[in-house]
Write a protein that binds this ligand. Structure first.
Ligand SMILES: N[C@@H](CCC(=O)N[C@@H](CSC=O)C(=O)NCC(=O)O)C(=O)O
Length: 299
């Protein structure tokens, strides 16, 4: 695996945001792009903690840096942000670009087990294992032992599941210290988006999909030390269409004995699914992760 190549760089909030491209074995050798924001502290030589952001359906690595409003707060806290793409691109699979909620832009942060997807559609392995290796190859001033994860919608599902799976695993590729989500798909085995994705990508369909379902995973996490924040707008059309199902996640959280302090889920009147909603709550999410990441012991 060779080091990624720099594609572009901009100066922002006294730090830099840099786009890289590299080939990913987890994505069947396809080229993928990702953005890295480094705060001033990193440019001055400090090893800073890392917060990964997973974007939603139809998005790519640029959506959140452009629209999320995260960079100002990450700069103030001295935290690096890493923005991967949402799926492989250009796998030459028939119908890959037919639907906006399946195929390109809709990788669902899982490892596909079904043909013809399983060679390329492995965003779970890419984000949890290969992306950190690519970051290491770049020799950036990052303390990867202090990593957390957040995301929106499909990416909120990704953030919650990657975090919960890392908490449940005995030796995870990446141990995330906290997770947060804006309007996550919180119970994908019970909603139309998850039904389509899991039946399409996974040989075992919805049953296999339970291992990528935050509402299922939180039940298994009973007794663990969880640090989770979720915000959802009740004016969100996808919430109204029952694609998000935060109530199911809350019920599973309560049944597993977690409190609002461990796993905080907040419903907000009027807010919709857009980046206007995300950017409103962006400062609170960065602060939440900063407290965990900066409280953790340094490398
Ligand atoms: N094209 C779709 C709408 C797609 C959409 O709303 N995508 C969301 C994520 S949805 C869940 O993962 C998004 O983040 N879009 C980017 C943006 O800038 O808002 C349709 O036709 O409804």
């Amino acid at each position: 695996m060779s080091a990624p190549e720099q594609v572009a760089q901009n100066y922002s909030f006294d730090g830099t945001i840099t786009k890289y491209k590299g080939t990913a074995a987890a994505l069947g050798g396809l080229e993928t792009q990702f953005n890295v924001f480094l705060p001033k502290q990193a440019l001055d030589g400090d090893k800073v903690p890392v917060l990964y952001y997973l974007a939603g359906l139809t998005c790519n690595e640029d959506t959140a840096p452009w629209k999320g409003g995260f960079l100002r707060d990450a700069a103030a806290e001295g935290i690096a942000l890493v923005f991967p793409d949402t799926s492989p691109r250009g796998a030459s699979i028939e119908d890959e670009d037919k639907d906006w909620d399946f195929g390109t832009g809709a990788g669902f942060y899982i490892n596909a087990t079904k043909e013809p997807w399983k060679k390329h559609y492995n965003m779970y392995d890419f984000v949890t294992a290969e992306l950190p290796q690519l970051l290491e190859k770049l020799s950036l001033p990052l303390d990867l032992s202090r990593s957390s994860i957040f995301g929106h919608s499909m990416g909120g599902h990704g953030a919650l599941t990657l975090y919960l799976k890392s908490v449940l695993a005995s030796s995870p590729s990446t141990k995330y210290l906290s997770a947060s989500a804006f309007a996550p798909i919180a119970n994908p085995t019970q909603c139309p988006w998850g039904d389509k994705a899991f039946k399409g990508y996974l040989e075992g369909g919805l049953e296999e999909g339970k291992e990528y379902d935050a509402t299922e995973l939180i039940k298994q996490a009973k007794g663990k030390d969880l640090k989770v924040l979720v915000d959802v707008g009740t004016g969100d059309n996808f919430y109204k269409q029952k694609q998000l199902l935060p109530e199911n996640f809350i019920a599973a959280r309560d049944a597993a004995g977690f409190t609002e302090k461990d796993v905080s889920v907040n419903l907000h009147d009027n807010y919709d699914h857009s980046y206007y909603f995300i950017s409103t709550f962006a400062p609170a999410h960065i602060k939440f992760h900063a407290q965990v990441l900066k409280g953790a012991s340094k490398l």
